[in-house]
Design a protein around this ligand. Sequence first.
Ligand SMILES: [Zn+2]
Length: 96
Amino acid sequence: MLGGVLSDDVLERLLWGVVLVGAPSLLLLLLWQMYRDCRIETYLFCESCKAADTGDTGRCPICDRELSEMAGFFYTSNSGEEKLLLRRGLQPYRNN
Ligand SMILES: [Zn+2]
C-alpha cells in the first residue's frame, strides 16, 4: 500500500524505530507504576499503639498522645506481601 511512497528499506527502518523506542518506553512506564505503588511516606508514629499518623495531625489516632518520632511507611493491603515484610523484620502499623 505504501510501497509506492516508501521503499521496503525505509519501512523496515521505521518498524525497527517504533520497536526500539516503544519497548524501553513501555518498560519505563511499568517500572514507574511499580515504584509509585510501593512509595514510602514519612509519618509520625506511636510505638505503644503501633499506629502511624497518616493524617499529619501530630497526635496518635488511637491514644491521642502528642507524637515526635518519625519513620518511613508504605501501604499494602496484600496479605502475602505483609507476611513477606514480617519475615524481613518490618512491623505492621495501623493508620486509623
Ligand atoms: Zn498511641
